[in-house]
Design a protein around this ligand. Structure first.
Ligand code: NAD
Ligand code: ZN
Length: 357
C-alpha cells in the first residue's frame, strides 16, 4: 500500500479583519520589481473591499469575470496579459469564491510553466514550481482554499491541474468577507461542503484523518443551516471553518456519487458546481439516505429553490455525453461504490438517475 503524501497550504491566517494584514503578509514575497497580481471576483468591482487591496508600485488589479466557471482559455489570457506587461509576477492573489481562487492557482502555475493551461489538466503534469500564490475566500464551501487542484474547463474536458505545485502558499480566512453573500449562493456553495463531508464519510476510502475533519465540517454545516434560527457573525466563522475542514477531509479521501454525476451536468449544460451538486444530491436517497434527509430539511428551513427538470427533453446523444463524462470519474465511483462499481453503476442505471433531475 502506498500512502498519499500530500502537500498542504504553507501559511494560514484566520480571524475577522485579518484581510487588513495582507500588505504585511505579501511584503517579503515581492521580488525584482515584479508586480503582485490581484485577481478580484467581479462581484467586488464597485465594493469597498476593492479599495482595501494593498496595491504598490506596478501591481495589477484585475476584476475577473466568474460568470462561467474558469476556462483554460481565460487562464491563458490572464497569464499572457501579465507576461506581456511585466514578464512575470511576484505573486498571484485570488480574492473571491472557488472560481476566482482557482483562477489564481492556475495563473500562478502558468507564470513558470510553458505552453497552455490545458497542457496541465490532469494529475502531476505541472513541472515547475509556481510563483507565490495566495487565496482569500469570499464564499465558503468549495474547499478550493486548501485543495491541490484547480478545476478548469478545457477544449476537450473539465479537469483540474492536480499537482503539488497547485496549493496556495498562503490563505487568508477572514469571516467578514463572506458575510454579505446572498442566501441562495451561500447555501449552494455551503452545500458543496456538506456534500463533500457526506461523500467522504460514506465512501470506501475513508480513514481516521478524513473522518476527523469530515465529521467536524458536517456538524458545522448542520449547525449553521439547520440548528440556528438566524444567520449571525458566528455562522460566518463556522461556515468558513467547515469549508476548510471539508477540504481537508477530501484531501485524504475522495468525493462520490453527487460529484461524479454533477460533473456530467456541468460539462453538458454548464450547470455550476454548487447548485449542480444540490440538484443531484436532492435525488440520491438510495446512496446517502441520512445525508439526503438532512439536506431536505436544510433546503426547507432556509427556503431555498432547487431547480428540477433540467434534463427534460435532452437527446439520447446528450444523455450519453453526460454518462461518459460521469463514468470517467473513476476514483469517485470507486470511493462511493467500491472496487466493483462498474457492475453496480451501469449505463442504464445512470441514465435513469440523470432523468430524475
Ligand atoms: P463562484 O466562485 O463560482 O462564485 C459564484 C458567484 O458568487 C459569482 O457570481 C461570484 O461573483 C459571486 N460571489 C463571490 N463572492 C461573493 C460574495 N461575498 N457576495 C456575493 N456574491 C459573491 O462560486 P463557488 O461556489 O465558491 O465556487 C465554484 C467554483 O469552484 C467552480 O468553478 C468549481 O469548479 C470550483 N471548485 C473548485 C474546487 C477545488 O478544489 N479547486 C473544489 C470545488 C469547487
Ligand atoms: Zn465540490
Amino acid at each position: 500500500m502506498k500512502f498519499r503524501n500530500f502537500k498542504m497550504v504553507d501559511y494560514v491566517v484566520y480571524g475577522r479583519g485579518s484581510f487588513n494584514q495582507l500588505g504585511e503578509i505579501l511584503a517579503p514575497h515581492r521580488h525584482n520589481n515584479a508586480p503582485m497580481v490581484f485577481l478580484l471576483d467581479h462581484h467586488f468591482q464597485n465594493h469597498e473591499l476593492r479599495n482595501r487591496i494593498p496595491l504598490q508600485g506596478n501591481d495589477m488589479l484585475i476584476d475577473v469575470d466568474v460568470t462561467h466557471e474558469p476556462k483554460t482559455t481565460y487562464v491563458d489570457e490572464l497569464a499572457n496579459l501579465i507576461k506581456e506587461q511585466h514578464g512575470t509576477a511576484s505573486g498571484v492573489i485570488g480574492i473571491g469564491g472557488g472560481s476566482a481562487m482557482d483562477l489564481a492557482k492556475a495563473v500562478g502555475i502558468m507564470m513558470t510553466n510553458p505552453g497552455n493551461a490545458h497542457d496541465y489538466q490532469g494529475w502531476d503534469l505541472v513541472k515547475n514550481a509556481a510563483v507565490y500564490k495566495a487565496g482569500i475566500p469570499t464564499l465558503s464551501g468549495t474547499g478550493a482554499e486548501v485543495s491541490r487542484t484547480t478545476v478548469l474547463t478545457g477544449p476537450t474536458r473539465k479537469l483540474g491541474m492536480n499537482s503539488d505545485f497547485t496549493p496556495f502558499n498562503q490563505i487568508v480566512l477572514d469571516p467578514d468577507l463572506i458575510k454579505d453573500a446572498p442566501a441562495n449562493q451561500r447555501f449552494y456553495t455551503g452545500m458543496d461542503c456538506f456534500i463533500h463531508c457526506v461523500e467522504s464519510l460514506k465512501g470506501t476510502f475513508i480513514n481516521e484523518f478524513s473522518r476527523s475533519y469530515g465529521e467536524k465540517a458536517q456538524q458545522l454545516c448542520e449547525e449553521v443551516f439547520l440548528h440556528k434560527d438566524e444567520w449571525n457573525e458566528e455562522s460566518d466563522e463556522q461556515l468558513m471553518m467547515a469549508s476548510y475542514a471539508g477540504g481537508m477531509s477530501i484531501a485524504y479521501s475522495q468525493v462520490g456519487v453527487a460529484h461524479a454525476i454533477s460533473y456530467g451536468l456541468s460539462y453538458l449544460l454548464g450547470t455550476k458546481h454548487g447548485i449542480g451538486n444540490c440538484i443531484v444530491f436532492n435525488h440520491l436517497q438510495e446512496f446517502y439516505p441520512e445525508g439526503v434527509a438532512t439536506f431536505h430539511k436544510m433546503v426547507e428551513k432556509n427556503n431555498i429553490f432547487i431547480p428540477e427538470g433540467i434534463t427534460k427533453g435532452l437527446t439520447d446523444e446528450q444523455f450519453d455525453t453526460m454518462i461518459n463524462v460521469s463514468l470517467g470519474m473513476v476514483p469517485l465511483w470507486e470511493n462511493a461504490l467500491g472496487k466493483d462499481w462498474q457492475t453496480i453503476m451501469t449505463r442504464d442505471r445512470l441514465r435513469k438517475l440523470y432523468e430524475l433531475f
